[in-house]
Design a protein around this ligand. Structure first.
Ligand code: FE2
Length: 426
């Protein structure tokens, strides 16, 4: 007898299995015949996957688009300036309300774990107070990790290090940074050292915004790899964005990537935002706003896709759908081989789950009972269709359902009902 049974779904690896759940744990993944359960979800022909994971987001700014005005130039720098205005006038209550609304979107899309950077620049730390309240409110169904993020530079902004440290004291989970926004290359490098030392002293993980620029000389990732090794932080450090690598000299990259791999850094690329923010100072050819994804993977570096922004001072669109993120990344990085498309699905599920260090993630006995049933036959079809999340289960509870959509055609001699599923040869 199970509390919840997901019957006959196709797992990401292609196996067909029933999933039996008791309490908040998966207890069986096998053919369970006519086993009884308090609740049954029929999933024959549908993809059943562990939840989506977003390893890079800004929940304090989400859903604030247009406040107090829009980003007219579309650049990173105008976005930072605009957010600087908004954070002075936004109340904690407003930020909490917007963040909870975003988390509702996330749950409906099967996105059940998010690593969010929280701006620690303003000495009031209202952003931190608000996001800690949100983390506690969503805890029963969504894992929210918070990164202390000195948006205006930990050295460049007055009191930057002090405010970041206070945020950690309040219970923020990770150490963040933005070395490419400090005043000089040297100060950027020093900030990487200081932030890694702080994390090592407190036993925390690190996730820096790193080299989010088109400047090929922005090489803070080199310092990050060095400090990670020096301080024994291997496997606990992520470098987000890394867009300067797109423009770096190939010889230098051939030296850099083995160092990044040796330090066991993880990379997080954010294709939706960087394809619109990078290259803004180019005429033509116009650079793609993405780091070297396939090249890092070939060097053994874990790379995940992150969403970064939804309806905020930097990005006007976004839906909380990690399949949109992977779809964009697949195109920009030209990952169209079947193995590469499959990897893109892993880059919004298993890979970011490992980067976040999520406990009990996956579809196996003893894992946390969180999963998503999609209206698709396999991971590649899920990327193509970005389909309805028919059911979302979080820690043993069904938290969202979406009806299966179907077009009603009115064409002579053609089928009346249309779904866009398609199997090779079928
Ligand atoms: Fe970011």
């Amino acid at each position: 007898m199970f509390d919840l049974l997901i019957r006959g779904g196709t797992l990401p690896d292609g196996r067909v299995a029933d999933i039996g759940i008791r309490g908040d744990r998966i207890v069986a993944v096998e053919a369970l015949g006519e086993a009884e359960a308090g609740e049954v979800i029929e999933a024959a022909g549908d993809l059943v996957t562990p939840p989506f994971v977003d390893p890079h987001f800004h929940l304090d700014a989400a859903l604030s688009y247009g406040l107090p005005r829009i980003n007219a130039s579309g650049t990173l720098l105008e976005g930072i300036a605009l957010w600087g205005e908004l954070r002075r006038i936004a109340t904690a209550e407003e930020m909490i309300e917007r963040a909870l609304a975003y988390c509702d979107w996330a749950v409906s899309m099967g996105l059940l774990a998010i690593r969010s950077h929280v701006d620690t620049t303003d000495p009031s730390l209202r952003t931190v107070e608000a996001m800690i309240a949100v983390r506690e409110a969503v805890r029963p169904y969504l894992d929210l990790q918070l990164v202390a993020f000195p948006q205006d530079g930990v050295f460049r902004a007055p009191g930057g290090m002090e405010n970041l440290t206070r945020a950690l004291d309040m219970g923020v989970d990770l150490v963040g940074g933005i070395p490419h926004f400090e005043r000089t290359m040297a100060e950027g490098a020093t900030s990487v050292t200081a932030l890694c030392e702080l994390a090592a002293a407190r036993g925390l993980r690190v996730d820096l915004h790193c080299d989010e620029t088109d400047d090929p000389m922005s090489r803070h990732v080199e310092t990050l790899a060095h400090e990670t090794q020096r301080l024994g932080l291997q496997g606990r450090v992520a470098a987000s964005h890394l867009t300067s690598m797109h423009s770096m000299d190939n010889y230098y990259v051939s030296k850099l990537l083995p160092l990044v791999a040796e330090a066991e850094l993880a990379a997080i690329a954010n294709p939706l935002i960087n394809i619109v923010i990078q290259g803004r100072h180019d005429s033509f050819p116009k650079r793609r706003g993405l780091t070297r994804v396939k090249e890092m993977q070939a060097a053994g570096i874990p790379v995940a896709w992150g969403q970064d922004c939804v309806r905020d001072p930097w990005y006007p669109l976004g839906t909380a759908d990690m399949l949109d993120v992977a779809f964009m990344g697949l195109h920009v990085a030209q990952m169209t081989h079947p193995d590469e498309m499959r990897a893109c699905f892993d880059m919004v599920t298993d890979v970011p789950a490992a980067i976040l260090g999520l406990e009990g993630y996956g579809l196996a006995p003893d894992c946390v009972a969180s999963l998503v049933v999609l209206d698709a036959g396999d991971p590649v079809e899920a990327l193509r269709l970005r389909p309805a999340r028919l059911a979302v289960v979080a820690k043993g509870r069904v938290v969202s359902r979406t009806p299966r959509p179907e077009a009603q055609l009115a064409l002579p001699g053609r089928p009346e009902r249309l779904r866009r599923r398609h199997r090779a040869g079928a």
